[in-house]
Design a protein around this ligand. Structure first.
Ligand code: COA
Length: 328
């Protein structure tokens, strides 16, 4: 009996038009272009300015492009997973809004919250649905309007994040596709990177708003250390499990949090820099969208049979990796 696998058959994205440069950030906080570029690799990021547009707006556009790229109609989709930490509402799920707006009338859907590992966890879950035979076509979306939870008076966080969405269509195949994945969570460090208020622990009050508790807070140095170790460890873990060396890997598709974290991961994997997808300079950290945005930017360079390692780290703490053999 042949093995049932999931493969990525289409990729789409949406990026808002507005470009927020490091230079412009200098107007809001005490920072400068040289500091931001040398510490993070970021030059600019995109911001969804329209007040009446949210994460679902970007997710729908990315989804429609992915469906077109795959040659799949919305009615054929069995399930929609939207990875996001900036849903339009707590409920209904952003996936429900996407389901309606793209016309995926046969799909069920839900949101998945795993911060910067969200897309990776969503892709792993979509893969399990297909491998189990419960679904044939799954839409996996990573979308975040980070500007809705970024404190533009906090120079330690506002320089990092941007808005965007990426989507892939996952389809059943008996050939190459997603071969293996690893997912980790460590809830010990819930306050290392989080949004303190808005949930059931600290519902919105005058006090929470006054104390700016609805914005991202992070201990940047600790996150940096854990992310550098976590992304490298999990990438090596998946390589070892599958007997891969750096020479066997065609591309590292890393979460884009900080260029230095990515460089350290690539070094530990024994990869040359030309095998690493890096677009953090243009988009910053778009949280759940970074990995599909990379796949989109590099899709014309991907060849059948290329070994890709997708790797991410984020709040939770969460981290993981996926090994896939490219086949469209
Ligand atoms: N502009 C100028 N100076 C800044 C600054 C900014 N935007 N932000 C911080 N600084 C200052 C600090 O106040 C500090 O000054 P001090 O030495 O006088 O105290 C100095 O720069 C160094 O700060 P530090 O926090 O040690 O810098 P860093 O090299 O660790 O870089 C981050 C800071 C946030 C870029 C880095 O820690 C990081 O990327 N962390 C991970 C964040 C992340 O990826 N989060 C999402 C995870 S998925």
């Amino acid at each position: 009996m042949s093995v049932k696998r999931a493969k990525i058959s289409g990729v789409g994205r949406f990026l808002p038009d507005y470009v927020l440069t490091n230079k412009e950030l200098e107007k809001y906080v005490e920072t400068n272009d040289e500091w931001i570029r040398s510490r993070t690799g970021i030059s600019e990021r995109r911001i969804l300015k329209d007040p009446d547009k949210a994460t679902s707006y970007m997710a729908v556009r990315a989804a429609n492009e992915a469906l077109e790229d795959a040659g799949v109609s919305a009615e054929e989709i069995d399930a929609i997973i939207v990875a996001t930490v900036t849903p339009d509402y707590f409920f209904p799920a952003t996936a429900a809004l996407v389901q309606k707006r793209i016309g995926a009338k046969n799909a069920f859907g839900f949101d998945l919250s795993a911060a910067c590992s969200g897309f990776l966890f969503a892709l792993s879950n979509g893969t399990m649905m297909i491998e189990s035979g419960r679904a044939k076509k799954v839409l996996v979306i990573g979308a975040d309007k980070m500007s809705s939870i970024v404190d533009f008076t906090d120079r330690t966080t506002c320089i990092l994040f941007g808005d965007g969405a990426g989507a892939v269509v996952l389809e059943e195949t008996d050939k190459d596709g997603i071969i293996d994945f690893v997912q980790h969570t460590d809830g010990d460090e819930e306050c290392m990177l989080y949004q303190p208020a808005g949930g059931s622990l600290n519902p919105p009050t005058e006090e929470t708003i006054k104390n700016r508790m609805h914005y991202i807070r992070q201990d940047g140095r600790s996150v940096f250390k854990r992310a550098t170790e976590g992304m490298a460890d999990v990438s090596l873990e998946i390589m070892e499990r599958n007997n891969l060396t750096g020479d066997d890997v065609a591309w590292l598709v890393p979460h884009q949090a900080n260029q230095r974290i990515i460089d350290a991961t690539a070094r530990r994997m024994g990869l040359d820099s030309e095998k690493v997808m890096i677009n953090i300079g243009k988009y910053g950290n778009t949280t759940a969208a970074t990995i599909p945005l990379c796949l989109y930017d590099w899709k014309d360079q991907l060849k059948e049979g290329d070994n890709l390692i997708l790797s991410a780290f984020g709040g939770g703490l969460t981290w993981g990796a996926i090994y896939l053999k490219w086949s469209k």
